[in-house]
Design a protein around this ligand. Structure first.
Ligand code: OXD
Ligand code: MN
Length: 606
């Protein structure tokens, strides 16, 4: 029975029932009893596996099909009325054409199955920045994950009210999990998402990338706010004041690690603390005082497991110790716990690898495959879905409906050369340019050539729900609206290397030293060196206490170096990118961004 009087919700759910023809319909109220019952059912059918309830209370395991282990960008579409409105960074099809193609796939796709109707809120219930979504799905895995990742249940409907039409309609059916018929489709003009033939996280937890980034970025443009692929962290200073920073990085650049950073000893002793507000998505809107406020629309972390350990990210690991869902990691059959590459150096002897085969872990992981890489017990994109409340450093402001005021915005990527450890933009327009120029070198972990530069503007390339040129224009408009209250914009690069290929900067907790400089710049308490590309730190202003042996003055010189020749090449590449990848393909680049390029070029020529 429906959980809401809202006729818009009820009409849409009726239509989805008529289309997919489920045997049964269950409305998710979010109660403990209902969740316990669904969990038990999923365990009884084998869809979920119960883990060791003493060591990992409340934790369960799920294995997806081997063909269904990651987001599928080539099968992700933005269906706006015109192709131009989707722009050069998105796949596009006309909405009617897409619906005509997908309707037969959905027709009867839930026959013999249960449809779950999930009401959820992205953002704290009742927050003026929050938004409501309803997802219908034929997957219990989706229900159990959405329970962790969102504020799920009846309260979301109460927040929506009995008449509003302002909710995002998400239709998901795993159908036959056929990769040839897999589509992840956003209809931004209709607040609608259709996802079919996948049962993997990012493709099916429709509140996350589909709603909170693709649909929300479009809503934000129309409503005067921003949906960004950014972590949010708070730095508490010894005087007790907390400064909030958001940061956008392409994948494989350590976003979750930065969000949950543990400061070096010296900082801890001095009284610094870092709090996590979010690790993936920020919704930001000007507040009553004219400053930019951010909420994390999510309620949990959907993190990559491999590489997570007590050293690389103690807080993330601690977050996974209860009420967590593990997807595609390995199981240690001796005690029904979980394992992944990089957790420790001892793969379980009696293991089940991510595809479900029982193997001897050490033997299995010593075999080099045809691709020259060692076999892995856990899939490289295996995940944990962990409740945010589990995180030892979760911010006390996590549920604050007003959000947190943003002092600084950071962009970054993985760059072996060219880009210094940190630099500050001259102003918001220059900062927007820096965001548009975000790029990262591919790592050995990804397919394709290593070290190839991939452009990923604002780390949003796969997530901007409209034309990237209009998105950049929206950034510029937001800057105008915020005026002198706008956050300061910085760029960082933790990945600069020496001539022998060694990283110059230790990273992880030591990134606190860079955050420290950024905060002081925002407060106006440190000077900087003006270079053609922006302000860089004076050497003495980066606190190296405790790592003087590792980061010598010579190394610091290299980290902060701005090489004119390399930057001339960088600017030439940006001109090529703007022209060939964006403008020639229908992206309208704001004139102000070309002016920034001209100015940097002129400064470099001097
Ligand atoms: C991503 C993620 O792919 O957060 O960006 O999963
Ligand atoms: Mn992400």
């Amino acid at each position: 029975m429906s959980l809401t009087q809202n006729p818009n919700v009820n009409k849409w759910v009726e239509e989805m029932i008529a289309l997919t023809k489920p045997e049964k319909v269950v409305w998710i109220d979010g109660s403990e009893e209902q969740l316990a019952q669904l969990k038990a059912e999923a365990i009884s059918t084998g869809e979920m596996i119960e883990l060791n309830q003493e060591k990992l209370p409340g934790c369960i395991y799920h294995r997806t099909k081997p063909n269904d282990v990651a987001r599928v960008e080539d099968r992700t579409f933005i269906c706006t009325k015109t192709k131009e409105d989707a722009g050069p960074t998105n796949n596009w099809m006309a909405p009617d054409e897409m619906k005509a193609m997908l309707t037969p796939l959905y027709d009867g796709s839930m026959k013999g199955r249960t449809m779950y109707v999930i009401p959820y809120s992205m953002g704290p219930i009742g927050s003026p920045l929050a938004k409501v979504g309803v997802e219908v799905t034929d997957s219990i895995y989706v229900v159990l994950n959405m329970n962790i990742m969102t504020r799920m249940g009846k309260a979301a409907f109460e927040n929506l009210g009995d008449t509003s039409d302002d909710f995002v309609r998400g239709l998901h059916s795993k159908a036959d999990v056929d990769p040839e018929k897999r589509y992840i489709v956003q209809f931004p003009e209709e607040n609608t998402i259709w996802s079919i033939n996948s049962a993997y996280g990012g493709n099916v937890l429709l509140g996350k990338k589909c709603f909170a980034l693709r649909i929300a970025s479009f809503q934000g443009k129309n409503e005067g706010w921003m949906a960004e692929h950014m972590l949010i962290l708070g730095v508490k200073k010894p005087d007790g004041e907390v400064k909030y920073i958001t940061a956008a990085f392409p994948s494989a650049c350590g976003k979750t690690n930065l969000a949950m950073l543990i400061p070096p000893e010296g900082y801890k002793k001095a009284g610094y603390e870092v709090f996590t507000v979010g690790d993936d998505i920020a919704w930001m809107k000007p507040g009553e005082d004219g400053r930019l406020y951010a909420i994390n629309p999510e309620n949990g972390f959907f993190g990559v497991a491999p590489g997570t350990n007590a050293k690389s990210n103690y807080n993330a690991l601690a977050s996974t110790k209860k009420n967590t869902i593990f997807t595609n990691v390995a199981i240690n059959n001796d005690d029904m716990t979980v394992w992944w590459e990089g957790l420790d150096k001892n793969p379980p002897v009696n293991a089940t690898e991510w595809k479900g085969a029982k193997v001897n872990g050490p033997e299995f992981t010593s075999v080099v495959g045809a691709d020259g890489k060692k076999q892995t017990l856990a899939h490289p994109n295996s995940r944990f879905t962990a409740p945010a409340v589990n995180c030892p450093c979760i911010s006390p402001e996590f549920n604050n409906p007003k959000g947190v005021p943003v002092t600084a915005i950071i962009f970054g990527g993985r760059r072996a050369s060219t880009t210094p450890l940190v630099y500050q933009s001259f102003d918001w327009t220059h900062g927007t340019y820096i965001g548009s120029a975000v790029s990262s070198e591919t790592t050995a972990a990804a397919t394709g050539a290593v070290g190839v530069l991939r452009h990923d503007p604002m780390a949003m390339k796969p997530f901007i729900g409209y034309n990237v040129g209009d998105y950049w224009a929206h950034w510029l408009e937001m800057g105008e609206k915020l005026g002198d209250k706008a956050p300061k914009i910085f760029n960082v690069n933790w990945f600069k290397k020496d001539d022998n290929g060694n990283f110059l900067w230790p990273g992880f907790g030591d990134n606190m030293r860079v955050l420290d400089w950024i905060i002081k710049r925002c407060e106006g308490t440190v000077d900087a060196v003006e270079t053609p590309i922006g302000y860089i730190p004076k050497k003495e202003d980066i606190n190296l206490e405790g790592i003087e042996d590792e980061v010598t003055p010579e190394i610091l010189d290299k980290l902060l170096d701005v090489d004119t020749d390399l930057w001339k090449k960088e600017i030439a590449e940006m001109r090529r990118y703007y022209k060939e990848d964006i403008a020639d393909k229908g992206g309208k680049i704001p004139a102000a961004l070309y002016e920034v390029l001209d100015k940097i070029e002129a400064r470099l020529a001097k």
